[in-house]
Write a protein that binds this ligand. Structure first.
Ligand SMILES: *Cc1c(COP(=O)(O)O)cnc(C)c1O
Length: 377
């Protein structure tokens, strides 16, 4: 089955009881048992919920994994993956990464004796040099937030496996429609489904998908034992959103490509970061592992004053954290999403005071360009 068909049909068979074409929302905390020890396979809703199971089957199929697990947020999903590790284990992480993931590693997970090295994943030599006998995981994002750098997923997977470690990929920016890391050798994929998978800026949610049974068993155990589960409503909304993911991502990509090419010629813009541009230093690598380049663009305006002025004047691009919804958003990473990344590290990565990040929505592209044009003037 091709992607669009999978997204619309897997886990979404009509309801057996009534024939309802959409998956019912099982808003329940528990299930009646016939007699002691005899039940229909559903006991308690932290452990299992039918709406959640259907969504987990759908997202696992979209990513090409054997199992998926849903969580209350992207960070809850990432935290649960990290709980497969033990004190003394070492993780190599991308230095250019979602600020909240860095904060989780650096201020919380570190206290339980897990150690982290942060490296520039654009160059696999840096990753290789960071490997120690204790390395159990290589964790990356691609494209990264907000600098749009690309990790070579095939190379990272083979390096991880040589080291006896697992490759974990945060696939939030691409979505499974544009990039399927498990097919390229990754072992675990994680999403903030708050973003493109949800796609309508109306929920907070996370998912983890794997292609290994032993990892699936650990995740299933942790999902129940730690309990960072979502409510069924979010799972139901994600099932709804899965059906339009391919259509939305095609439009996000087309709009962003047109806007990035146009901004690159704009006198008021110093630099455009978008993997779909020929001028992006890793454009060929991105093209080799992605089926499209997504809706995220970062632009350098030169100063905080310019960033403040432009974001104030934008009307269709709403100033807000988050990304991946049908409506366009703009954010200022230094003061918003990346506030928890130390200043020296931010500067090293290029996350300057004048950098703004666009989440290009699926509105009419001419309207979006006109809005940017008047704001940049
Ligand atoms: C938003 C985001 C997260 C965190 O997800 P939440 O759903 O906000 O907890 C993780 N990774 C990336 C790339 C993100 O954009």
């Amino acid at each position: 089955m091709k992607f669009a068909t999978t997204a619309i049909h897997v886990g979404q068979e009509p309801d057996e009881l009534t024939g309802a074409v959409t998956v019912p929302l099982y808003q329940t905390s528990t299930y009646a048992q016939e007699e002691i020890g005899k039940h229909k396979g559903w006991e308690y809703a932290r452990t299992q919920n039918p709406t959640r199971s259907r969504w987990e089957a759908c997202v696992a199929a979209m990513e090409g994994g054997i199992a998926g697990y849903a969580f209350g947020s992207g960070l809850a999903a990432i935290d649960t993956i990290m709980r497969t590790l033990s004190s003394g284990d070492h993780v190599i992480m991308a230095e250019d990464m979602y600020g909240g993931t860095f904060r989780l590693a650096n201020t919380i997970l570190q206290k339980s004796g897990i150690t982290f090295s942060y490296v520039d994943m654009r160059n696999m030599d840096h990753v290789r040099a960071a490997v120690t006998p204790a390395t159990k995981m290589i964790y990356t994002e691609t494209p990264t937030n907000p600098m749009m750098t690309i990790t070579d997923l095939r190379a990272a997977a083979s390096l991880a496996h040589e080291a006896g470690a697992l490759l974990v990929v945060d696939n939030t920016f691409a979505s499974p429609y544009l990039q399927r890391p498990l097919e390229l050798g990754a072992d675990i994929v994680v999403h903030s489904a708050t973003k493109y998978l949800g796609g309508h800026s109306d929920l907070v949610h996370g998912v983890v998908i794997t292609r290994h049974q032993h990892v699936a068993d650990q995740l299933a155990y942790l999902q129940n034992a730690v309990g960072a589960v979502p409510g069924p409503m979010e799972c139901w909304l994600c099932l709804r959103s899965a059906k339009t993911l391919h259509v939305r991502m095609d439009r996000h990509s087309a709009n962003a490509q047109a806007i990035a090419e146009w901004l690159e010629q704009h006198a008021a813009v110093q630099h455009v970061y978008y993997p779909g541009l020929k001028s992006h230093p890793q454009h060929a690598l991105a093209a080799s592992q992605m089926d499209g380049f997504g809706g995220m663009i970062s632009i350098e305006l030169g100063s905080l004053e310019r960033a403040v002025a432009v974001t104030k004047k934008l009307q269709l691009f709403c100033l807000a954290e988050s990304l991946g919804g049908v409506e366009s958003l703009v954010c200022h990473p230094v003061s918003m999403t990346h506030g928890s990344v130390p200043k020296a590290q931010r500067e090293k990565l290029g996350i300057t005071d004048g950098l703004i990040r666009l989440s290009v929505g699926i509105e009419d592209v001419a309207d979006l360009m006109a809005d940017l044009d008047q704001a940049l003037a």
